[in-house]
Design a protein around this ligand. Structure first.
Ligand code: SIN
Length: 282
């Protein structure tokens, strides 16, 4: 059977059918998956049985592994390239990063070269009386850009957002070493997707600390207005997880938010990998 691509009703997201990720991908299978990834920004495969080694091998088809600073203390035993995201506690200790992604963001936007994509493999999904919890939402940044009025598009031409890892949210929790590893950076507010050429908005309310050359109050207002625009309901795909899902997203085309609507004894366990982009984003 060939690869079948079933888009969601949202401007991002597609289910990929006819692929068993526990087996090596053929050249044509990989090309189909890679094209779907670029076209749809979020793709997912249901009912997979992927070992940690399989997840790492699948990730490497798309780029080199990139390590997320928030996963440094929660790498999977024997597979430090995989970050455990979980609310589970064992022996009084949290086994993974708890409440990861509880604010809208694009992964590692505070680095000079943010990752191309991220993969989540759902091992355990919380459920209450048959109702699945712990969904993840994805906002289509290209659809949000396309929807802007022409004057705003013109105004944003050449504007660069400032990102400071040590900024507002994290000042109290990061170490001096992390501060030095991630000095402030800027990225274009309008990023051009390296493959599709689509224009994507790259602004987040919590991570952007300013806009280069724009007075602070004005910059904060612009960041807030754009960030709110990106997450309008019509731009969002909401993924309802099933154990066995493997889902990957493009950090230029989407921002994401993990809904924290569950608590122990309901368990959520995800394995996450992140892969690098070839070159700094345009
Ligand atoms: C993340 O932001 O990487 C976590 C997403 C999720 O757990 O659904």
């Amino acid at each position: 059977m060939g690869v079948e691509i079933v888009p969601t009703d949202a401007p991002v997201g597609a289910e990929i059918r006819g692929v068993d990720l526990s087996l090596p991908l053929s050249n044509s299978g990989l090309a189909a998956v890679d094209n779907a990834f670029n076209d749809h920004g979020v793709i997912y495969f249901r009912d997979q049985s992927l070992s940690p080694e399989g997840l790492l091998a699948f990730t490497r088809y798309f780029g080199d592994l990139q390590f997320n600073v928030f996963g440094e203390d929660h790498g999977l035993d024997d597979h430090p390239g995989i970050v455990v995201i979980s609310n589970i506690e064992e022996g009084g200790r949290e086994i993974g990063v708890k409440a990861a992604g509880s604010r809208w963001h694009s992964d590692m936007c505070y680095t000079a070269n943010p990752p191309r994509g991220t993969i989540l493999c759902a091992r355990e999904v919380p459920d209450q009386d048959g109702l699945t919890l712990g969904d993840t939402c994805f906002a289509a940044t290209h659809a949000a850009y396309d929807d802007l009025p022409a004057e705003m598009k013109e105004r944003l031409e050449g504007c660069r957002a400032e990102f400071d890892f040590a900024g507002r949210q994290r000042a109290q929790i990061i170490t001096q070493e992390q501060r030095e590893r991630f000095p402030p950076v800027t990225h274009p507010i309008v990023r051009t997707h390296p493959v599709t050429g689509r224009k994507c908005l790259y602004v987040m309310r919590d991570d952007c600390t300013g806009i280069a050359g724009v007075e602070e109050g004005e910059a904060q207002r612009m960041v807030a207005a754009l960030a709110d625009h990106i997450i309008r309901p019509e731009f969002i795909y909401r993924h309802r997880w099933r154990a066995g899902d493997v889902l990957m997203w493009d950090n230029c085309t989407v921002q994401h938010l993990a809904i924290q609507d569950y608590a122990l004894p309901m368990r959520r366990l995800m394995h996450r990998t992140t892969f690098a982009a070839d070159a700094p984003p345009a």
